[in-house]
Design a protein around this ligand. Structure first.
Ligand code: ZN
Ligand code: ZN
Length: 170
């Protein structure tokens, strides 16, 4: 790791340190004919079961302009289960909402369900879906982030009440 430069005005701009730069210089390996981003020997954590698995446990996801495929964030085993759950949830889901059930901003929506069940939770945008998922996909995880952002418990409750009344400035 580079030593941290506290004075950002003097921090040198490293060429290729942008996200795009990293992708250009990144490693690839081949799975048969398929070129995959990353290192074949790297272990990868499944975002669903949290096991650390080899690359081969993950299906290809998106083909990037650099010719490399990304892998799904959840392992093949979990993907099979989640796909089956979603298929059932989709059949019984209410019609799509006008906008995201969480942020009420975005209109491009994905189906959200409680993992491990076939219970529909809502129609949410991909940002909210990914964000909530990253925080653990549960109330505890989301509240943990709230406690991190605001140490004063009464302020958290005050904000929560504002959100419930629909007057919060978020
Ligand atoms: Zn998994
Ligand atoms: Zn949203």
């Amino acid at each position: 790791m580079r030593p941290r430069n506290e004075n950002l005005n003097l921090a040198p701009v490293f060429k290729g340190s942008t996200q795009r730069g990293i992708r250009k210089e990144m490693n690839f390996y081949f799975r048969g004919k398929v070129k995959i981003e990353g290192k074949e020997s790297d272990m990868r954590e499944c975002k669903e079961c949290h096991r650390s698995l080899s690359q081969t446990a993950f299906n290809t996801h998106v083909l990037r302009s650099n010719g490399g495929w990304t892998l799904f964030r959840i392992c093949r085993e979990c993907k099979t289960i989640v796909n089956a759950e979603v298929a059932i949830v989709r059949k019984n889901a209410p019609p799509k909402s006008d906008d995201c059930d969480n942020c009420h901003k975005n209109k491009k929506l994905e189906i959200d369900h409680i993992h491990g069940t076939t219970i529909f939770r809502g129609w949410v945008c991909s940002k909210c879906n990914t964000g909530i998922g990253s925080l653990g996909d549960n109330l505890e995880g989301v509240l943990q982030a709230a406690v991190y952002l605001e140490k004063d418990k009464s302020k958290i409750i005050e904000t929560l009440n504002k959100i419930k009344e629909g007057s919060a400035d978020v």
